[in-house]
Design a protein around this ligand. Sequence first.
Ligand SMILES: O=C(C[C@H]1NCCC[C@H]1O)Cn1cnc2c(c1=O)CCCC2
Ligand SMILES: [Mg+2]
Length: 513
Amino acid sequence: KLGMAYKKDDNFGEWYSEVVVNSEMIEYYDISGCYILRPWAMEIWELLKEFFDAEIKKLKLKPYYFPLFVTENVLQKEKDHIEGFAPEVAWVTKSGKSELEAPIAIRPTSETVMYPYFSKWIRSHRDLPLRCNQWCNVVRWEFSNPTPFIRSREFLWQEGHTAFATKEEADEEVLQILELYRRIYEEFLAVPVSKGRKSEMEKFAGGLYTTSVEAFIPNTGRGIQGATSHCLGQNFAKMFDITFENEKGAREMVWQNSWAYTTRSVILTPYLIENLLSVLHKLFFLIMYRFLQIGVMVMTHGDDKGLVLPPRVAPIQVIVIPVPYKDADTTAIKGACESAVYTLNESGFRADLDTRENYSPGWKYSHWEMKGVPLRIEIGPKDLANKQVRIVRRDNGAKVDIPVDNLVDEVKALLDDIQANLLKTAKEKRDACIEVIHTWDEFTIALNNKRLILAPWCDEEEVEKDVKTRTKGDLGAAKTLCTPFDQPELPEGTLCFASGKPAKKWSFWGRSY
Ligand SMILES: O=C(C[C@H]1NCCC[C@H]1O)Cn1cnc2c(c1=O)CCCC2
Ligand SMILES: [Mg+2]
C-alpha cells in the first residue's frame, strides 16, 4: 500500500492510524483493544530495552520474573487506592469447563504479586537495598469512560521495584531512573520532555510522590505523560509488613520506589477527542494503540510520507537500492550495493538492501520512506562509473553524491546530524507551544489555542479540581501535567492564575491523553 490517504495536519488521528499500519509496525487483532506488534515496532522496543536494561544493571538492578496471576485477597491489600481501578482488573474464573474455586486476577501491575515476598526476603539491613526489575506484559481491561471505545488491554513494560533502608537512598534512585527515562526520549526517540513532579491529585495514589517526564504533541495540543518514577515512602511497607532490623537491632519499615516506562498510552485518544462525531460512525476504528514511546515518536516526527525514524532506534538505518537501467550492468550494480551494505554493517550500522526484482526503484523509495528509514542509498550506472553513491535523507529530503571511499564517515555524519536535527526541530516546535500566563482569561485563551501552559499556582488541590470543573468540555478538561524541576523565577507577590492566592510554584497545565 503506497501513499497516505490522510495528511498529518488535516486529520491527525486517521493519519496516525494509517502510518502505524503502512509502516508495518502493527497489525490489528480480532479482540478489540489488542494488537499485533510486528518486527518494525518490536525491533524499536528491543533497542530501547537494550539501552535501559544495560543502564539499570549499572544501578545494580537484578532481573526477576514473577507470576502473571495474583489471588483476590492479596490484590485487595491495595484496596484503599485500588477500588478506583477495580473495573480494570481481568480475572480468570474457569479452566476448561469447570469453575475455579476462587477467581484469580491477571496482574495489572505487580506490587501485590511481589511485596509479600519482599516481606519474606527482607529481614536485616544487610538484605537492603533490594533492587528488582521485570520485563513483562500487564493487562488492564480499561474502558475510556463516556465513549464506547475499549482502550487497549495488554501492554509490555518494565517495572522496577526497589527497597531501601533510608528515604535518602530512595529519593536518589527516583531521580536516577527519571534521568534514564529522559534519555530514552531525548537521546533515542528525539522527543523533548520536561522532568517534574506530579501534583497530589495526579500522583500514584498508593505512593508518597510521583515524578514523570512529560512530552507534548503540538498537532493536538496535548501533553502526554511519559514514564513515571514513584517514591512509595513506607506506604507499601506498612501494607505488606516489609521491615528490617537495623544496625542497632531496632525494627524499621523499608522505603520503596516503583517505576515503569509503560509502552502504553492512549494514542487514539486525540483521534477520539478531535473527531468524536466522525468517530462514532467509524466504530471500526476501535483500535487503541498504546505504545507510549513509539507512539509519541511517530506523532512527533512523522510526516505526510509516513514515519520518520530517529537513527538510534531505526531497525534499518540505511537502505541501499540498486537503480538499474535497461542496458546497465545490473550484476555490477548489485555487487556495489552488496559491498556498500557489507561495509556499513562491518562499521556497526544497521544497513540492508532491497534487490526485489518485482518492484521499481520508485516504488521502493516510497516504501522505505513510509517506514521512515533515515538514509537511502541509490546506486545506478552513473554512480558506478564515478565510484560514488547518492544518499537521500528522510528527514529533509536532501540528496548528496559521495565517493564510495568516504561512505562510512559520510553515513556516520549524516545519521548523527539527522538524530540531532530531529530533536532540535521537535524542541523548537514544543517550545513554540509553551505559553506563560498569569490570569484566568489568558489561561482559557491559551488552552483553546492548544498551548502547553506554564502558570503560577498556589499548589492547592481544591484549586486544581476547580480548574478541571471549569474547563470541562468534549475536548477534555485541563489538568496539571507536572511541576517542572526547572522552575522559572517566581517574583514576590505573584498570584495563582486560578485562585488569586499567593502562587507557590510554576506548573505545566494543559489537556492530556
Ligand atoms: O501501576 C501503578 C503504579 C506503579 N506500578 C509499578 C510500576 C510503576 C507504577 O506504574 C498504578 N496503577 C495503575 N493502574 C492500575 C493499578 C495500579 O496500581 C492497580 C489495579 C489496576 C489498574
Ligand atoms: Mg490506568
